[in-house]
Design a protein around this ligand. Structure first.
Ligand code: GTP
Ligand code: SPV
Ligand code: MN
Length: 587
């Protein structure tokens, strides 16, 4: 492929090449042949292995460095002129300082290697809301993943050439020596630039995903009046044949991919789920005042462990071919395997690090092992997936992983309370990020690792939508992860979550029984269909009740959390906390 007519792009690629000094430059066209060549490169590097061509045609296993298996929040920075703009929710670096520091590491870093230039579009090609970017990387693994995850190649380049004056996101990535001491993920929202070095993994390296579509896009969205969110987008088709769309934000590894493609159980006859997106949503207010969502991505980078024929059959179908598996285990006949895929572990597994499986070494598959697969391979892909305008959202769900306290579902009282509920989501940390797992932390709107600016301003931006429209979705809070005293999940989750979605949609249509409490509308007993469920006695009552004392303590913690945002915290949220506290004391 010839270098581009777009002078700005050409100049920038030249500059990056001068800095990193690759032996070769390859402009990606997105073709099938190119993809095969990339896969061959991965295999030649010794880090990739072709999977069984009968069971998993055109698919690869990739093993990343054992120290490079998840996002690195402590090494992720937002670089803005004003420190205040990034808030206490981000690490900050002064832009010149940031460039200087990493350019030192990028200097000559691609010597002996190929630089892949990856033009990509986030969002349907015909969408006015889609955005372009270009990632340059020395990693064929990144290039192959970007081909699945984004609309990458000639069409993207054509768009960049058709609009030579429209700014695009410039992302420089280099694998580096993978030493965590020299690993940095820097974002420069003021110049739409990303520089990532020292990691080849997922959100650290596939720059279209979290770096562009969330951290930089959230910054742009605030300036331009829209939302870039860590949300799945799903259609719920009713027995009457209507489809309602729901967007849901849960923190990493808390159930977005799974919910986006559930298969309702037999007792829920007539309900069908279609998937628009499983991780990121860009939302705009439409002419009718409704919020419309597009999925900027074209693939799934999904958590492997726990994915099975029982929990997520559609995902399993999608990953059967043309997929990349990262850090999973493998059977002697080269089929991928992870904990939860089958009840019994196959014999003679090779673990994610390439060793004969030995329980002494931990799990066979890494806890954050993932599959990359095109969404087009999902049997439940929504016919609206490519709709340039997006789909109208009826309900927004916020939620997290909480063993206690948070009920199965609640409806917030109004938009302000909904934003409050989103802003105060708490969830146990997961293996999606390096660090301790299972620690409860606040993760507002599931955006704590991804919001590219001050959370105080972000909350204000969300509240501001009330002025833009009186036709906004209702906001709910859900929690699939309540545990009993034995540590077992009380709610069956997965396909049975459709029962909760039915209540949610009922409430959106002015139906569905609920009781008002200080923390929101809770379902009345019997208002969620539990026919055919094998729940323990009293389980449902526990799931839809709330403990006044625990919530008093929760509100004290929430007030402390909100105080971190100081004078940038919208007063409405402090008032909402006061309201709930007051009501908890009276009732
Ligand atoms: P990211 O890709 O990191 O953003 O994660 P995600 O939010 O898409 O999470 P995902 O759907 O991949 O689920 C993560 C883990 O939670 C998997 O191991 C699932 O099996 C498990 N999980 C998902 N939904 C449910 C549920 O309803 N109940 C229970 N108990 N576990 C679930
Ligand atoms: C997440 O952590 O939320 C993910 C995986 O979706 S990553 O792409 O690594 O961010
Ligand atoms: Mn995610």
């Amino acid at each position: 492929m010839k270098p581009t007519q777009n002078k700005i792009l050409r100049g920038w690629v030249d500059e990056m090449a001068q800095l990193t000094k690759p032996d070769r430059i390859h402009w990606c066209d997105g073709s099938e042949e190119e993809y095969s060549a990339l896969c061959n490169e991965i295999i030649a590097s010794g880090k990739g292995f072709p999977l069984n061509t009968e069971t998993h045609p055109n698919s690869l296993l990739h093993r990343s460095d054992p120290t490079d298996v998840a996002r690195v929040e402590h090494l992720t920075f937002i670089c803005t002129r004003q420190r205040e703009d990034v808030g206490p929710n981000n690490n900050w670096m002064e832009p010149n300082e940031g460039h200087q520091m990493v350019d030192g590491l990028f200097e000559g870093s691609m010597q002996g290697r190929t630089m892949y230039v990856i033009p990509y579009v986030m969002g349907p090609l015909a969408s006015p809301y889609a955005r372009t970017g270009v990632e340059v990387t020395d990693s064929p693994y990144v290039a192959a993943n970007m081909r699945i995850m984004t609309r990458m190649g000639s069409e993207a380049l054509a768009r960049l050439e058709a609009e030579p004056k429209v700014p695009f996101v410039k992302g420089l990535h280099c694998t580096g020596d993978l030493n965590p001491e020299r690993r940095y993920i820097l974002h420069f929202p003021e110049t739409l630039t990303i520089k990532s070095i020292g990691s080849g993994y997922g959100g650290n390296a596939l720059l279209g995903k979290k770096c562009h579509a969330l951290r930089l896009a959230s910054w742009q969205a605030r300036q331009e009046g829209w939302l870039a969110e860590h949300m799945l987008i799903m259609g719920v088709e009713t027995p009457e044949g209507e489809t309602h769309y729901i967007a849901a934000a849960f923190p990493s590894a808390c159930g977005k991919t799974n919910l986006a493609m559930i298969i309702p159980p037999l007792s829920q006859e007539g309900y069908k789920i279609t998937t628009v997106g499983d991780d990121i949503a860009w939302l705009h207010v439409g002419d009718d005042g409704r919020l419309y969502a597009i999925n900027p991505e074209a693939g799934m980078f999904g958590v492997a462990p726990g994915t099975s024929e029982d929990t997520n059959p559609h995902a399993l179908t999608a990953v059967q071919k043309n997929s990349i598996y990262t850090n999973v285990a493998v059977t002697p006949d080269m089929q991928p395997w992870w904990e939860g895929l089958t009840k019994d572990m196959p014999e003679n597994l090779t673990d994610w690090q390439g060793r004969p499986y030995d329980p002494e070494n931990g799990k066979a598959a890494q806890a954050n092992s993932r599959f990359t697969a095109p969404v087009s391979q999902l049997p439940c892909l929504s016919p609206e997936f490519d709709n340039p305008q997006g789909v109208p959202i009826s309900a927004i769900l916020f939620g997290g992983r909480r063993a206690s306290l948070a009920p199965l579902v609640l409806e917030t009282l109004d938009w302000t309370h909904g934003v409050f509920a989103g802003a105060t989501v708490a969830s146990e940390t997961t293996a999606a990020s390096i660090g301790k797992v299972g620690v409860v932390r606040r993760d507002p709107m599931a955006m704590r690792p991804f919001c590219g600016y001050h959370f105080g301003d972000y909350f204000a931006h969300w509240l501001g939508f009330q002025e833009k429209s009186d036709n906004l979705p209702k906001i709910f809070h859900v929690n699939w992860f309540r545990q009993n005293t034995d540590g077992d999940f009380i709610w069956p989750g997965f396909g049975d979550n459709v029962r909760v979605l039915r209540w949610v949609l009922d409430r959106c249509q002015g139906k569905g029984e609920a009781v008002r409490t200080p923390i929101g509308y809770l379902p009345t007993p019997g208002s969620i269909d539990i026919e055919g469920l094998d729940l323990e006695k009293g389980a449902m009552d526990e799931l839809i009740s709330f403990d006044r004392d625990l919530w008093q303590t929760e509100m004290d913690d929430i007030k402390m959390f909100l105080a971190e945002y100081r004078d940038r915290l919208p007063p409405e949220l402090r008032a909402e906390a006061e309201r709930i506290k007051r009501e908890l004391q009276i009732a």
